[in-house]
Ligand binder design. Structure first.
Ligand SMILES: NC(=O)c1ccc[n+]([C@@H]2O[C@H](COP(=O)([O-])OP(=O)(O)OC[C@H]3O[C@@H](n4cnc5c(N)ncnc54)[C@H](O)[C@@H]3O)[C@@H](O)[C@H]2O)c1
Length: 279
């Protein structure tokens, strides 16, 4: 079902790698809802991924940018403004990566150079995007900026590693910049805290299958899919959510407010028969 919610709106979408990416689904939905946008990702992801297929389907230009480079971001935003003939209305930041996770370094054995990269790519890049857009006065009044987060920012989940620290920082940046951008330009800044989702980044999370099964059993509405996340993003880019800002919005079927569910309790009881406490 389409509602023309983004008719006439323009934006930049970061992070569509392949058709499993949350950003890919957001681009498809934004296109259906009447938006025009620029797609961006790192040069290597553009070479290795399938973004050109999406670009063709959505009639969107692809402009490479490493979101940790302010020079790349400036170039991207300037080119996007040239393409649109002026300012635009929304940005999706759908970016995350941890070298510690990739290289199998546990949270009590972090490589600190990798940690700095995790924070730069997964959190500080959001500040860089916001600061560059503001300096170039690139976003229309009442525009909307959304980044994707995860409940590990608030609660400890086995195996999420230094990405938990990155997500805490990401959500903090949304609040701090949301104040400034709201005050000066009526631009809203929010994060969506999404259920675990099977994507390339999601597959990097330790035990993702078991985690997804657990969160699904714990959530009264079940896990939220990437398509459902895209729907939620569309509402935040639309004019229907003009006074929502500086929020971390849970999109997780209710998981974040659960303690124990009937379904999870049943599994726990079964598993307990074979469970031996070793320490
Ligand atoms: N998959 C999940 O379980 C889940 C749950 C909650 C939140 N999220 C968040 O959703 C967002 C999107 O992830 P996804 O699950 O769609 O996976 P994905 O792997 O499809 O997307 C991650 C994207 O980040 C991009 N990226 C990495 N380094 C970059 C850089 N330096 N500059 C620009 N782009 C860069 C990658 O190229 C890729 O397109 C991430 O912030 C992720 O943490 C994912």
């Amino acid at each position: 079902m389409t509602y023309n919610l983004l008719k006439g709106k323009k934006g930049i979408i970061f992070g569509a790698l392949n058709d499993m990416s949350i950003a890919w689904k957001v681009a498809e939905r934004a296109h259906e809802e009447g938006a025009s946008f620029v797609l961006t990702n790192t040069p290597v992801s553009i070479r290795m991924g399938e973004i050109h297929k999406l670009a063709e389907a959505c009639n969107a230009p692809v402009i490479p940018a490493d979101a940790t480079s302010t020079e790349d971001l400036e170039n991207l935003i300037r080119q996007a403004m040239e393409h649109f003939g002026g300012k635009f209305d929304f940005i999706l930041h759908s970016i995350g990566m941890s070298l510690n996770v990739r290289k199998g370094r546990t949270y009590d054995d972090l490589d600190y150079a990798y940690l700095m990269k995790t924070l730069d790519i997964s959190a500080i890049s959001f500040h860089k995007v916001l600061q560059t857009a503001r300096k170039l006065d690139a976003i229309n009044d009442w525009g909307s900026v959304v980044a994707l987060s995860y409940v590990a920012a608030q609660r400890t989940l086995y195996g999420y590693n230094d990405m938990a620290d990155a997500k805490s920082m990401l959500e903090s940046i949304a609040r701090s910049f949301g104040y400034i951008y709201g005050r000066d330009k009526k631009i809203r800044v929010n994060t969506i805290s999404q259920s675990p989702t099977l994507t390339t980044a999601g597959s990097g999370v330790k035990g993702i299958d078991a985690l997804m099964d657990f969160t699904d059993r714990m959530s009264p509405l079940g896990n939220a899919s990437a398509d459902e996340c895209a729907d939620y993003c569309i509402t935040l880019f639309s004019d229907l959510t003009k006074k929502v800002t500086m929020q971390n919005l849970f999109h997780d079927g209710g998981f974040s407010n659960m303690g124990m569910s009937y379904k999870a309790m049943n599994m726990y009881n079964k598993g307990l028969d074979n469970f031996q406490l070793t320490d």
